[in-house]
Design a protein around this ligand. Structure first.
Ligand code: G6P
Length: 631
């Protein structure tokens, strides 16, 4: 998704902007750009492709051409208009006084067409197809010598979502930023401010941050004391100050917070790709997720974030789980868990569908938003919709302090650490683990006996070890994938708890290897997709021992009879399945409700190896964004 980095301070700005953009690369983008306010005026560079192209462009410019103390930068993921230089940010507008405003934006301006018409009538000439250019020109139109006021006024006119950073060549020490619905964090460093849409671009500079709420604007000033445009800046020749307001120019106070983020955690640490690192570190991330939450002696789950809402959760009439992408697949598993373990009717839905279908929320509904980033626009909107209609809002979120986390009544953080790989892996396992804990937490207070709970908890405690054992098969999985990686169509089949796992396996493969894959309930294959099966087609069965094992075995025979190549995920010690499958990846024997936590692991490795074997950039898959903060 689009990324923003902006800086005002005593250092030369463009190397910092480029470094920040590089840290955001993992989020996915297709063009990049920056604008700096130099003593000679505004300098803009925009390029299609990687940040390194932008960097080379700036480096090749005349020495010092981009040297400045104030600048904004952006990586764009095309929505309105293709990825071209003209559509890349920053976008600009000319003020009536002849000054230039430059702006970068994440989000979407929904009423851009009306505004564009108005601005065109006012004489502004548009050079891009983006909605962002409208906001730049509107700010310029409303500028009368005070950038903060112009930004506030412009934002009062727009509907949609935004995180923006704005500069004007008339105010060389002032950076104005604002947000509504898209994340933006302000880092407070020594003699400078660094702003970014994602903490990973800030942590190397500072851990002191302020976050903005929706409709809030921050004015950040840094410069030689006597030249600061506003206020009574104090302390030394280089002073800094910030001011937060709403878009209606009401002063608000924001507390400085300590960012909980460890740069070490996001470095590659010897792995070739972030995705592989995140797959391989799952024993550790699961341990972190479960830490302090399992009390085996008392046979109970400890979830501090649910606090005073335990009663509502236990008495809930219905669970509604919403998410997108991988998080939606975790939500589907949550649906099974809630009904099976907590004995409460549950339904998982794409957040994007739920929010627009005029849903009925009966009394006692608990809405659970499942999200790694906590910023997915549809998931956030669905949560708000459910809340407005009376549901209790609960989060299963990874990023601490994210929008979804802040808007829920209660929640359970995943605590799996930052996930950089665009294809979600450890966050999925974290989401499923948290939903399992939630179901057990409620189940204990409803029908589950202590013995049953203890059995689940004992297995959960051993989960890191179980996962570590599955991961040891990475080479074996790679060898198997090598035999099939040339095939363009794959099927993933499973039943019960392993049906959503099949969906997730197919999604992973599609995302990074660009192989067409479909996941479905194994029984559904007979109702159409079986027509696709021909000699050599890889069909992955998630087939551990359990209540549906025999049924899955008959589906396996149907595939074999048609020449399909069976790849099976099976329980350790299952000798029978080896007779039917081209390859078998084993998982430990765990209760059915816990199977997704282990059966998904080989599928993550299948996708990873397929992508590498096909020569793709695993951490930067084409067209994909880590976090989709627009609809
Ligand atoms: C994007 C990502 C997926 C992710 C989905 C939901 O599509 O590429 O990997 O599953 O968004 O993201 P969330 O942050 O809400 O879990």
């Amino acid at each position: 998704m689009c990324g923003i980095v902006a800086y005002v301070g005593n250092k030369n700005v463009w190397p910092l902007l480029v470094e920040g953009l590089k840290r955001l690369e993992y989020r996915g983008y297709d063009s990049a750009g920056l604008a700096v306010v130099t003593p000679g005026g505004l300098k803009i560079a925009r390029t299609v492709g990687r940040v390194s192209v932008l960097e080379a462009h700036v480096e090749q410019a005349a020495a010092g051409a981009y040297d400045a103390h104030l600048g904004i930068a952006h990586t764009r993921w095309a929505t309105h208009g293709p990825p071209t230089e003209a559509n890349a940010h920053p976008h600009t507008g000319k003020t009536k006084s002849g000054h230039t405003i430059a702006l970068v934006h994440n989000g979407i301006i929904e009423n851009y067409a009306t505004l564009k018409k108005y601005l065109t009538e006012k004489g502004h000439v548009f050079t891009s197809q983006t909605d962002t250019e409208v906001l730049a020109k509107l700010t310029a139109e409303l500028y009368d010598g005070d950038l903060e006021r112009a930004v506030q006024a412009a934002l009062r006119e727009v509907t949609g979502a935004y995180a923006i950073a704005v500069v004007c060549d008339n105010e060389p020490h002032t950076l104005v930023c604002a947000r509504k619905g898209s994340p933006l964090i302000v880092g407070i460093a020594e003699k400078s401010y660094i702003v970014a849409s994602d903490a990973s671009a800030i942590v190397s500079h500072t851990t002191q941050v302020i976050t903005l709420d929706d409709y809030q604007v921050v004015k950040l000033c840094a410069g030689p004391n006597d030249r600061l445009a506003t206020g009574d800046a104090a302390g030394g020749p280089w002073a800094v100050e910030f001011k937060t307001t709403t878009i209606d120019n009401v002063r608000v106070t924001r507390d400085v917070q300590e960012l909980e983020f460890d740069l070490q955690q996001i470095e590659l640490g010897g792995y070739r790709h972030f995705m592989l690192k995140e797959i391989m570190e799952q024993p550790e991330s699961i341990r972190n997720c479960l830490r302090g939450r399992i009390d085996l002696r008392e046979s109970r789950v400890v979830l501090g974030g649910l606090g005073k809402y335990t009663r509502e959760l236990v008495r809930a009439s219905r669970f509604l789980l919403v998410g997108q992408g991988t998080a939606f697949h975790a939500a589907r598993i949550g649906e099974y868990l809630m009904e099976d373990l907590a004995k409460i009717p549950a339904r998982a839905e794409y957040a994007s569908e739920f929010r627009y279908r005029n849903p009925i929320i009966e009394d006692g509904t608990v809405a659970v938003a499942v999200s790694q980033s906590g910023e997915t626009a549809d998931t956030l909107a669905a949560l708000r919709e459910a809340k407005e209609r009376g549901a209790l809002a609960v989060g299963a979120v990874n990023v601490v302090g994210s929008s979804i986390a802040r808007e829920t009544d209660a929640g359970v953080y995943l605590h799996v650490g930052p996930e950089i790989g665009v294809a979600s892996t450890k966050a999925f396992v974290g989401q499923v683990a948290v939903l399992t804990l939630l179901a057990l937490y409620i189940g204990k207070r409803r029908y589950l006996s202590d013995d049953v709970i203890r059995n689940y908890l004992a297995h959960l405690e051993r989960l890191p070890e179980h996962v570590a054992n599955v991961l040891k098969q990475s080479n074996h999985i790679r060898e198997c994938v090598e035999r099939h990686v040339h095939r363009e169509n794959w099927l993933f089949l499973g039943r019960g708890y392993n049906y959503p796992v099949a969906l997730e396996g197919a999604l992973k493969l599609k995302e990074i290897s660009y192989i067409h894959a479909e996941g479905m309930p194994a029984a559904e294959m007979k109702h159409g997709p079986i027509a696709l099966i021909d000699e050599g087609m890889p069909v992955v069965f998630v087939a551990p021992q359990g209540s549906q094992y025999d049924k899955v075995m008959s589906n396996i025979e149907e595939v074999r009879a048609r020449g399909g190549k069976v790849i099976a995920v099976a329980t350790e010690g299952d000798t029978k399945i080896h007779k039917y499958a081209d390859a078998v990846f084993t998982v430990p024997d765990v209760p059915e409700a816990l199977q997704p936590l282990v059966t998904v692991i080989p599928l993550q490795l299948v996708a990873y190896h397929a992508a590498v074997l096909r020569g793709h950039d695993v951490d930067k898959p084409r067209n994909l964004a880590k976090s989709v903060t627009v609809e």
